[in-house]
Write a protein that binds this ligand. Structure first.
Ligand code: NAD
Length: 456
């Protein structure tokens, strides 16, 4: 605890020195992070593979590549983001100039989960650096190889008074949360998110909560079922389903449900072969605890493909469950693994009601050729973000802010939203000494008519 406190004190002194504020400094640090990723791409890919056999293609595409793209975008736009923004004056304050200055919060704490261990530790860091903060990053204890490499590399490339990685589990996280950071960026489960928010309340620390939930995927009778199945299988089973925005369950129009299930089976075999345990492109479950939790969700009577497990290597085959109901265990909590329950609906209204009866999800996916259905679903259901006729791809567009709503969290990042999240927007009104309009000063007698004519 004392060591963490000393670490924060060091970072506080560093921030107070003003070193992190110049744009030139921030850009240099963004370039340093980019260089780290270039120099150690192989080491990072190997570490993630050691943790849960994630294929190199996926580690580049969904972790390193995303961070590099965002680094390039931030480097290109940072100068325009930091410029004060001029806004209009109002009659009552005439004459005045009005503008908004962004300032870094100061000392940021970033707590990351294990499922995208590089991306989810470093992408918030891009925002923290861009906005001029120091950062203390706490990666997950469940991916020890990747977290250790991140610690070594960040320690090698950055001054710890500026950016530092602290390894550890729940106790470390709790001890850090007790300290008066100026901003907290937490990615993880809704359960822990609530604890983080309680801890933040103690110091009134502003925060972003990037949480999870059960993200529905709705398929109507007009969808192209072959393409739909391929895109669902890709988004569900990439990272072996351990993706916060993976489609958690399917709600399919009754008239096309059986045909879609057939297409899902074909798509799984096309991507991973008839024995996915032999595919180099299919990762493992992160640890025994999650393996046991997931294995218990598979009802053998409802399996239409998959269902095979190998406990010794934390393998769970891509699994589709048919004829699932809301009473099944698999529908209780976020699945966060390679199990895809399929349910059906008859009327769109009924479908919307079912989804809206659940906590607000992080993502929603709609597969339909009917623009009215697309509009109704995206307008009448509350969700963090989503896609029409694709899954999880929205994450790859840094022009789209990414974040949850309700139980799936609040705040947003990616692209400029990352800079905004880690910045306080200071509103400033600037007035000349003259004229000094006398209306507002007491005595007020006889002035009510004037104020009423201005303020209406
Ligand atoms: P988690 O909440 O268990 O852990 C996240 C982090 O919090 C870890 O660093 C962990 O050490 C720390 N932590 C755990 N328990 C804690 C406690 N009691 N007090 C303080 N800190 C604690 O989540 P996880 O299992 O690592 O990740 C899976 C969850 O994260 C899923 O719910 C998933 O949907 C969500 N997630 C969300 C996003 C997003 O961007 N919205 C991205 C990835 C994962």
């Amino acid at each position: 605890m004392a060591a963490y406190s000393e670490q924060l004190d060091q970072q506080r002194r560093y921030f107070s020195s003003g070193a992190t504020r110049p744009v030139s400094f921030r850009k240099t640090q963004l370039k340093t992070l980019r260089q780290l990723l270039i120099d150690h791409e192989k080491q990072l890919i190997e570490a993630v593979h050691a943790d849960f056999k994630k294929p190199p293609f996926e580690t580049y595409g969904t972790e390193i590549g995303i961070v590099r793209t965002e680094l390039g975008y931030a480097l290109k736009h940072l100068e325009e983001w930091v410029k004060p923004q001029t806004v209009s004056s109002t009659l009552v304050n005439f004459p005045s100039k009005n503008y908004i200055i962004t300032e870094p919060y100061g000392n940021a704490l970033i707590i990351a989960p294990w499922n995208y261990p590089v991306q989810l530790a470093l992408l918030p860091l891009v925002g923290a650096i861009s906005a001029g903060n120091t950062a203390l990053v706490k990666p997950s204890e469940l991916t020890p190889a990747t977290s250790e490499v991140l610690k070594q590399l960040i320690g090698h490339y950055f001054d710890p008074s500026y950016i530092h990685v602290e390894l550890g589990g729940v106790e470390t996280s709790q001890a850090l949360l007790n300290l008066p950071f100026n901003y907290i960026f937490f990615t993880g489960s809704t359960r822990v998110g609530k604890l983080v928010m309680k801890a933040a309340a103690e110091h009134l620390t502003p925060l972003t909560l990037e949480l999870g939930g059960k993200s529905p995927c709705i398929i109507d009778e007009t969808a192209n079922l072959e393409i739909t199945a391929k895109r669902i299988v890709w988004g569900k089973f990439v990272n072996a389903g351990q993706t916060c925005v993976a489609p958690d369950y399917l709600l399919v129009h009754r008239s096309v449900k059986d045909r879609l299930v057939q297409q899902l089976i074909l798509a799984i075999e096309a991507l991973y072969g008839t024995d996915p345990s032999l595919s180099p492109d299919y990762p493992r479950i992160v640890n025994q605890g999650h393996f046991d939790r997931l294995a218990a969700l598979i009802d053998p009577e409802k399996v239409v493909i998959g269902g095979h497990t190998k406990a010794d290597e934390c393998y769970i085959a891509p699994t589709v469950l048919d004829h699932v109901t809301w009473d099944d265990r698999v529908m209780e909590d976020e699945i966060f693994g390679p199990i895809l329950p399929v349910m059906s609906y008859e009327q769109l209204d009924e479908c919307i009601q079912m989804v809206n009866a659940q906590p607000r999800p992080l993502a929603l996916y709609v597969f339909s050729n009917d623009s009215r259905t697309q509009d109704r679903l995206t307008e009448e259901i509350s969700f963090g973000g989503g896609a029409i006729n694709d899954t999880i791809a929205q994450l790859g567009n840094h022009h789209l802010g990414f974040g949850g709503v309700g139980a799936s969290g609040f705040g947003s990042y990616h692209g400029k939203a990352s800079f905004d999240s880690f910045s306080h927007r200071k509103s400033v009104m600037k007035k000349p000494f003259w004229p000094d309009v006398p209306v507002r000063y007491a005595p007020y007698e006889g002035k009510m008519g004037i104020i009423k004519s201005i303020m209406k």
